[in-house]
Design a protein around this ligand. Structure first.
Ligand SMILES: CC(C)(COP(=O)(O)OP(=O)(O)OC[C@H]1O[C@@H](n2cnc3c(N)ncnc32)[C@H](O)[C@@H]1OP(=O)(O)O)[C@@H](O)C(=O)NCCC(=O)NCCS
Length: 147
């Protein structure tokens, strides 16, 4: 089956409303101001997946020295399971490598089983656990070596 038609590019201020519209199950949603601050930050990788004229997904990560911290990745509910998250993650990985990063790390809610499966599929390994990190849920720490 052919995949959806989408492209991945750097986020701009005009994308933020579309980003906020995406339901972020299991992830802490940021405010418009927080997303706006990330645009153009040198140490930030902020990507959107665009399908037609709408934002179908996004990813935000920070590159600090030789490590990338993935803060958020999400795909519009009706566009999930079509490869968009995978393409966003691949773009975060390649952009991280270009910037000299050697690994990507992240925290995910233990109850967010779809995200956990997604990260496993994208070759992340479980490296830690933080009990009650989110108050109502534990955090699983994951990382992927990309060098
Ligand atoms: C996690 C998320 C970004 C994945 O995006 P996606 O576009 O649906 O992912 P893809 O279609 O690229 O899937 C890639 C692989 O991940 C796995 N995967 C994705 N969604 C899954 C699900 N709901 N259940 C089990 N495995 C899943 C599969 O192995 C899939 O490969 P396959 O299609 O060959 O089976 C998406 O589910 C989402 O936006 N979730 C809500 C936000 C969120 O929880 N973000 C993470 C915060 S830490």
């Amino acid at each position: 089956m052919p995949g959806p038609d989408f492209t991945i590019r750097n986020a701009s201020e005009d994308d933020i409303e579309g980003i906020l519209d995406i339901e972020i199950d299991g992830a802490a949603a940021w405010t418009l101001e927080l997303y706006r601050e990330e645009i153009g930050r040198k140490d930030c990788i902020f990507l959107v997946a665009v399908s037609g004229s709408s934002i179908a997904g996004f990813a935000v990560a920070w590159v600090v020295l030789d490590e990338t911290q993935l803060h958020n990745i999400a795909v519009k509910r009706n566009s999930r399971k079509t490869g968009i998250g995978s393409a966003l993650m691949d773009s975060v990985s390649s952009e991280s490598m270009l910037r000299g990063s050697k690994k990507i790390h992240l925290e995910v809610r233990e109850k967010n089983t779809s995200a956990l499966s997604f990260y496993m599929k994208k070759s992340f390994s479980r490296v830690g656990f933080r009990k009650n990190f989110y108050g109502d849920d534990n955090a699983i720490l994951m990382e992927k070596i990309i060098e």
